[in-house]
Write a protein that binds this ligand. Structure first.
Ligand code: CMC
Length: 453
């Protein structure tokens, strides 16, 4: 299987459609009436999913922009990696349903699939796992880098810093025009994220960093580096190893979400991969995105007991209260989040096998039940999302809440690098540069300080 080899092109300038046709041109045309003019726009069909109207020539032909804050109706790119049908609750990685991958595959295979487009055969898988494993250690100098942070720093703050700083350590994989360097950078990022994530955790606890063990699986090695200590033997529980691997698989990619779009936008200027992934981590951190798992657990703690749930449901519905039920709702999934279904079942297994009794889990179960029956949530189609259940499992596994979004970032790294590579290989790619609807002051003359009222 070949690594995506397209050449990086960085163009900036006026729209030029010649030679830049997309796949799946449809015979269909869209017509737009602007004043007394009728504009014909091309329509593209994907392999599955909604067709898209090509508006690239709109400004050239009409002098008008489209307006779509939050990109609710905008396809920002062509992609072959991940497909979501929000109405049907379908999530496909390279065509494979997430439920099948969660049940039958493992995270290393999923990484290979996302990067290369197909599942590996035995030889390809062995080689891929060996190569990822080979890159698990980080430059020793990075250990000192951690010392610059406060011990109580949020691990996501540390991750944004150290992942961005990788560019200072791995100069031989920052030339984005070279497919081989792009591949090495991608492997390095996937391989080193668990090591850096575990280091961020260890730093906060004051325990020594644990070097990776290359005889362990990707998930087991991460658990070992996080929970192991040098003075004791740490036996990785197979239940936790499987649950961790599954959580990584479920978070591996999710189409053009905020952090992935951030990675693509940062990369569109030709920035190096480590800087782009650091940008993705920053975007993921927000509570409306990857930060929701941490925010959800904090919310459950704040609710505290089952009898206080109605008070919080009431607040979530109140237009004048900014409070939202964290872990509920999704921009794309409007019936259910297929990842949440898998996660709910896994959380039951993990809690049962670990024999954990935690009052917060009771609050979570009851909150889920009430919200699913509540008219407001039904009408607005707000269902528990992946972050609702992942927080519960991660807490049961022993992770502090601050680490939840770090785990999301770790798992999403493969999605980010796959999307970044796809973008660079795309001949249509150009620097991302949205326009705006300007509603500020029109041009006016400067007023001297002593003349201002
Ligand atoms: N609790 C209460 N009301 C909500 C919630 C919620 N969690 N989510 C949406 N609403 C309401 C919202 O107030 C709005 O009402 P109205 O139409 O009366 O103004 C309506 O539902 C639509 O909401 P929206 O904000 O326009 O929808 P969106 O697609 O822009 O936002 C979302 C999607 C995920 C940001 C939002 O549902 C939310 O903030 N959820 C909580 C945070 C969360 O769990 N995020 C994790 C998403 S899944 C993991 C990931 O992919 O990162």
């Amino acid at each position: 299987m070949k690594f995506p080899t397209g050449q990086a092109k960085h163009r900036q300038g006026t729209v030029g459609l010649e030679g830049q046709e997309r796949n799946g041109m449809s015979d269909k045309k869209a017509k737009l009436t602007v004043g007394d003019r009728e504009i014909e726009l091309k329509v593209f069909s994907g392999s599955v999913g909604p067709e898209v109207i090509d508006v690239r020539a709109l400004y050239r032909d009409t002098g008008m922009f489209t307006y779509d804050p939050g990109f609710t109706s905008t396809a920002s790119c062509e992609s072959k990696i991940t497909y979501i049908d929000g109405e049907a609750g379908i999530l496909l990685y390279r065509g494979y349903p997430i439920e099948q991958l969660a049940e039958k595959s493992d995270f290393m295979e999923v990484c290979y699939l996302l990067i290369y487009g197909d599942l590996p055969n035995k030889t390809e898988k062995k080689k891929f796992v060996r190569e990822i494993t080979y890159h698990t250690m980080v430059h020793e100098q990075l250990n000192h880098f951690f010392n610059g942070f406060r011990r109580d720093a949020h691990p996501m703050a540390i991750m944004v810093g150290v992942v961005g700083a990788l560019a200072a350590f791995y100069h031989d994989s920052t030339d984005i025009t070279d497919p081989r360097q792009r591949m090495i950078a991608s492997y390095r990022l996937i391989a080193k994220m668990p090591t850096l994530a575990a280091m961020a955790y260890k730093y906060s606890t004051g325990q020594p960093f644990i070097y990776p063990r290359n005889d362990l699986s990707y998930a087991a090695n991460f658990l070992y580096m996080t929970f192991g200590v040098p003075c004791e033997t740490y036996e990785v529980s197979p239940t936790l190893e499987r649950a961790m691997d599954l959580i990584f698989t479920l978070h591996a990619d999710h189409e053009q979400n905020a952090s992935t779009s951030t990675v693509r936008l940062a990369g569109s200027s030709g920035a190096n991969p480590f800087a782009c992934i650091a940008a993705g981590i920053a975007s993921l951190w927000g509570p409306a995105h990857g930060g929701a798992n941490e925010a959800c657990l904090k919310m459950l703690g704040e609710i505290g007991t089952v009898d206080r749930i109605p008070e919080f449901i009431k607040r979530a519905k109140d237009k004048d209260d900014p409070f939202r039920l964290m872990g509920f709702g999704h921009r794309v999934y409007k019936n259910f989040d297929p990842r949440a279904n898998v996660m709910r079942e896994t959380s039951k297994k993990v809690l049962a096998e670990l024999g954990i009794e935690d009052p917060l889990f009771e609050v979570a179960r009851e909150l889920e039940r009430i919200a699913l029956e509540d008219e407001y949530f039904i009408e607005k189609r707000l269902y528990p999302n992946v972050d609702f259940y992942s927080g519960i499992i991660l807490k049961a596994m022993g992770f502090p809440t601050e680490m939840f979004t770090v785990l999301f970032a770790l798992a999403r790294t493969v999605g980010w690098v796959s999307q970044w590579n796809e973008m660079i290989s795309d001949p249509v790619q150009k620097i991302g540069r949205p326009r705006q609807l300007y509603t500020g002051e029109p041009q006016r003359d400067f007023v001297a300080l002593d003349k201002r009222g």
